[in-house]
Design a protein around this ligand. Sequence first.
Ligand SMILES: NC(=O)c1ccc[n+]([C@@H]2O[C@H](COP(=O)([O-])OP(=O)(O)OC[C@H]3O[C@@H](n4cnc5c(N)ncnc54)[C@H](O)[C@@H]3O)[C@@H](O)[C@H]2O)c1
Length: 273
Amino acid sequence: MLSNTTFLITGIADKHSLAMYVAKEIIRQGGKVVCTGLGVSPHHIGLSEKAKSFLTKNFEDFKQAVTEELGDSSVEILDVTLDENIASFARTLSDRNIKLNGLLHAIAMDKTIRNKEVKPLLDVTKEEFCDTMNVSAYSLIRLSHYLLKHKVLQPGASICSLSYIAAAKVTFHPYRNISIAKAALERITIELADELGRAHKIRVNAIRFSPYMGSKAGNATLNEKDVNTSDRMSPLGNAKPMDLAYEIVHLFRPELAITGEIRHVDGGYNITG
Ligand SMILES: NC(=O)c1ccc[n+]([C@@H]2O[C@H](COP(=O)([O-])OP(=O)(O)OC[C@H]3O[C@@H](n4cnc5c(N)ncnc54)[C@H](O)[C@@H]3O)[C@@H](O)[C@H]2O)c1
């Protein structure tokens, strides 16, 4: 179903990342993927030794997971906090004549959640607020900008990003700072759907997924009690990573007339009170 298509997959940290499930399903359906991971790029200036070794280890883990799970799919370093890194990444794809039929934005970061403890919104600093917003929401605009500027993202392409119910509702485990970034990500999805749909027939959608502790981000922020509560409250129980992968691959199908949607793949959690 996805033969002769190539998708950019961001947000793989290891084999348990939600993005990995999507990448595997794309390949199973005949498509190709280009994967990006956090690592040390020539655009990182003045990194501390600690930051350098964190990024180096992150990229090694990412590369190993891609090789083991996705064979010879290509890998690139991408840190969305660095505009030059996004620009040079898009140029590299263009130089290699890679044409993308879509992209998955599966990137989020919020340093105000530590050891599963959420900082009250009132105590969030401007830097923490802007960093979370930059990585988790604005990056979708910037990535789309450079991929279009270098004519890598094709007319009719499909963009998908990953969100969470907390973008709209205070849940039983409020996330505060990252919830605001997810709300921005969803609004960006809608504005881009209008802009890019008219200009390039490009579709832009977001999916709110169930809590999932298997990934690094999920494990750092969630606890089992909360995941079990949402499982109990959802009519179908929590959705699984493969449920998400099937839905994203569906939205990646060429020529679908769906855009500007904020969908739920959450076992029906969103309809509960
Ligand atoms: N796990 C959940 O419960 C859950 C639920 C709903 C939505 N989501 C969303 O799914 C997406 C993927 O999360 P996951 O659960 O697979 O966790 P994950 O830890 O596997 O993925 C998060 C990714 O963000 C990347 N990232 C962070 N900062 C970055 C930067 N500056 N530049 C580039 N990449 C950066 C990390 O390298 C990592 O690959 C996130 O947007 C998350 O908010 C997760």
